[in-house]
Design a protein around this ligand. Structure first.
Ligand SMILES: Nc1ncnc2c1ncn2[C@@H]1O[C@H](COP(=O)(O)OP(=O)(O)O)[C@@H](O)[C@H]1O
Ligand SMILES: [Mg+2]
Length: 312
């Protein structure tokens, strides 16, 4: 059911993309797809590159050029997935798609997302926060190899390494430390990789990702065409269970509107939450559009429904 039936009901829409995060290029790609889809549906949508440009068009003499924002920035800081943009728009009383300050800020920080999930008894891989100067070899020993090392606040598998041998630990930590913010080391879950799109208050069918290479790295995400995507990713009870878990994880950290929840499933069938992406990709390789298509929601309708999440 549609909340808005006439595209004029959305007013003038800024499709906010690009920015300065490590995911700039992906965001520009997502953004141009969203822009095209909204325009095809008659929405008065316009591209805006980055938060400073948006601010320029909202405040000052020529101000308030937009009635709402479709946020498709990916990443933290110059990205728009970490609460900064959400706080700014809330203060200006300009509606925006997706989660608010709390949900985006918590979702951007993998360590803090895990702390909330653990407090609520939701499953996530065991982990250790790697403070500056901490003994990474002792950390790996206590988790047990293999482990995964990643920055707490990046995306697109940037700075993520799998470590099977103690000798490779230092290089993994060095790579992750090139990115701002804290680092974490996680128990590596061997098994299936899944992701669940959330739209409104509904979990879309899961997608199982089967990369041709070793794992779902940056190349597999955006470049390679041999990654397989199976949707739905699971059957029967397991599919129901992962959808329920994804929705719980999403609500636990205060998310709203839409998201994509990344989950691992070990060989025994146990699920582990990895992270929530509050402005997931909308490129031709992206997963939320694939899951939506599985339940008959085409790309234009998906963009419309996401835009509706900005309507009170
Ligand atoms: N604990 C883990 N066990 C197994 N694989 C993992 C684990 N954490 C991350 N990965 C792999 O690394 C990829 C990126 O990790 P993720 O936590 O989703 O960060 P982001 O997508 O923000 O870079 C995942 O898609 C998955 O392939
Ligand atoms: Mg991920």
């Amino acid at each position: 059911m549609s909340i808005v039936t006439d595209p004029r009901g959305f007013g003038r829409v800024a499709v906010l993309m690009g920015g300065t995060s490590s995911e700039r290029e992906v965001s520009l790609n997502s953004g141009s797809n969203v822009l095209e889809a909204l325009r095809a549906r008659g929405v008065d949508a316009h591209a805006v590159d980055g938060i400073p440009a948006l601010v320029g068009s909202l405040v000052g003499s020529g101000g308030r050029k937009f009635d709402r924002v479709f946020n498709i920035l990916h990443g933290n800081k110059g990205g728009g997935e970490d609460g900064v943009l959400q706080g700014l728009l809330e203060a200006l009383n300009i509606p925006c798609t997706g989660s608010g300050v709390l949900g985006t800020a918590l979702a951007m920080d993998k360590i803090r997302s895990k702390q909330v999930w653990l407090a609520l008894g939701l499953p996530t891989p065991r982990y250790i926060r790697l403070a500056k100067g901490s003994d990474v070899h002792a950390a790996a020993k206590s988790l047990g190899l293999p482990v995964i090392v990643k920055p707490s606040c990046e995306g697109s598998s940037v700075g993520v390494s799998r470590v099977f041998n103690d000798a490779d630990l230092d290089a993994a930590v060095e790579l992750a430390a090139r990115y701002p913010g804290e680092l974490l080391m996680e128990q590596l879950i061997e098994g299936q990789e899944l992701t669940v799109g959330i739209l409104g208050d509904i979990a879309l069918p899961s997608i199982r990702i089967v990369p041709a290479g070793e794992y779902y790295d940056y190349h597999a995400k955006y470049v390679s065409d041999d990654t397989q995507y199976l949707c739905p990713g699971l059957e029967g009870e397991a599919e129901e269970e992962i959808k329920k878990l994804a929705l719980e994880a999403f609500h636990a950290i205060g998310c709203e509107g839409w998201s994509r929840v990344d989950v691992m499933r070990d060989k025994a069938g146990k699920f582990y939450l990895l992270e929530v992406n509050t402005a997931p990709g909308m490129t031709s390789h992206s997963l939320v559009p694939k899951a939506a298509a599985q339940v008959g929601i085409d790309f234009q309708t998906l963009c419309w429904k996401i835009l509706e999440t900005s309507v009170e």
